[in-house]
Design a protein around this ligand. Sequence first.
Ligand SMILES: [Zn+2]
Length: 114
Amino acid sequence: MNVVQLQPKRRTNEPTYLPEGFMLNDMLRAWAKSRAITRLDERFEHFTDICLAKGYKYLSWEAAFRNACRQDWAKLGPPSQVIQVQCSKCHKPLINGHTNTSQGKLCNECYANR
Ligand SMILES: [Zn+2]
């Protein structure tokens, strides 16, 4: 009787645990630089620790790390080039523009209701 050994099918479209040897590479560094994302090594360490601790599985670990950077998992703050300016009155970030007044920078809402 012949025993046919079936090779297990290699599936490439299944999420995997953090691959051994997953490291920051030049592509990721260049990507981070283009997005003004700083402290990449700290972010990477934080990311891999969270994934190991929680047993996360991903299809693309590079994409997962990029998402973690965008979402600031490590809570290292926004990209350095973005300066958060707050309204002097309500202290909300001035993302929709502001008006300079004698009381400081006011968001549109506070300026309208001053
Ligand atoms: Zn305001």
